[in-house]
Design a protein around this ligand. Structure first.
Ligand code: BTN
Length: 305
């Protein structure tokens, strides 16, 4: 993590190369302070000012850091969270060069997307953290539906338009002494990028907001502000333990319930059956052909014919 910070500080001319060589002796607090300075400039499309022009939130977006290029916004957010950044801090980058997707996959993040991480500090037991991921999916789908787009959620939190993926969420939690210290919600949305620039295996299954909205260019700043507002509304419900309301929204916009699905779990184990619902922990309940029900906590979901 320190390496990424050093690289950024060098790139933005905050550290000289001589200082960078001595970075090991510079303490992390000093680096964190410099990262904060960095986060307020140098981007081309997405800026703190433009987001704030449209922002109407109390918690999310309290502090906003926009970067031109980082390895992963989740890394920066974790670093800031470890150095005391408040709940609601948002880290955005116009390009990511080593972004992570769920299940250890790589996430392609060229220019033309929203690559954003949000720091949350919910006062809840760690087992409830996975629901935040569902909540994020609901907020993204709502933000798109408010624009007249028929966005649906594929379990647990991929957002699809006409069956093609437009957004994904990677939540990473930090737990100390069996208490949730912070949660980083990493959101990726394909907004203006050219599908042809994605790798061969992604092209067929992906779409972008500008293609779906038939717009020359979608303004990421406005979408970020709207999404933070939607997510804040849902996050307040979550903090109030009004889980059923979130689950209802999730079910209402689900692309998974009622379909015959195959879930591949972390160790390659597969579960196949009809998706009949999700429970209050966010697990998917499937009905297998022998009539038994199985609860699947995590995995990659694929609808099969
Ligand atoms: C997935 O569908 O596999 C989840 C993708 C999550 C990507 C986002 S982009 C911002 C944040 N930084 C990362 O490295 N990953 C997440």
């Amino acid at each position: 993590m320190k390496k990424e910070m050093t690289k950024l500080l060098l790139e933005y001319g905050i550290l000289s190369s001589e200082e960078a060589e001595k970075i090991e002796s510079i303490n992390e607090e000093t680096i964190a302070k410099s990262v904060k300075e960095l986060g307020f400039n140098q981007t081309e499309n997405i800026t703190q000012e433009k987001i704030e022009e449209n922002l109407d939130t109390e918690i999310l977006g309290k502090e906003i850091y926009c970067f031109r290029k980082v390895l992963s916004t989740n890394n920066i957010a974790k670093f800031l969270a470890n150095h005391g950044s408040p709940e609601g801090t948002v880290v955005i980058s116009e390009i990511q060069t080593k972004a992570r997707g769920r299940s250890g996959t790589k996430w392609e993040s060229p220019e033309g997307g929203i690559w954003m991480s949000i720091i949350l500090r919910p006062n809840l037991e760690p087992a409830k953290a996975s629901l935040i991921t569902l909540a994020a999916g609901v907020a993204i789908a709502k933000t798109m539906r408010n624009r007249g787009i028929d966005a649906k959620i594929k379990w647990p939190n991929d957002v699809l338009i006409e069956g093609k993926k437009v957004s994904g969420v990677l939540t990473e939690a930090n737990i100390t002494l069996n208490k949730l210290d912070y949660v980083i919600v990493g959101v990726g949305i394909d907004t203006n990028l050219n599908i042809e620039d994605l790798s061969e295996d992604l092209k067929a299954g992906a779409t972008t907001l500008h293609d779906e909205m038939k717009l020359e260019k979608v303004d990421e700043n406005i979408i970020i502000a709207d999404l933070l507002k939607e997510f804040e509304e849902i996050y307040k419900l979550y903090a109030d333990q009004q889980i059923e309301v979130i689950l209802k929204d999730w079910r209402d916009n689900s692309d998974t319930i009622g379909k015959y699905v195959e879930i591949t779990q972390a160790l390659g184990q597969k579960s196949i059956g009809y998706a009949v619902g999700i429970n209050k922990e966010g697990s998917l309940i499937i009905e297998k052909t022998d009539g038994t029900l199985e609860k699947v906590i995590s995995g990659r979901c694929r609808a099969i014919e």
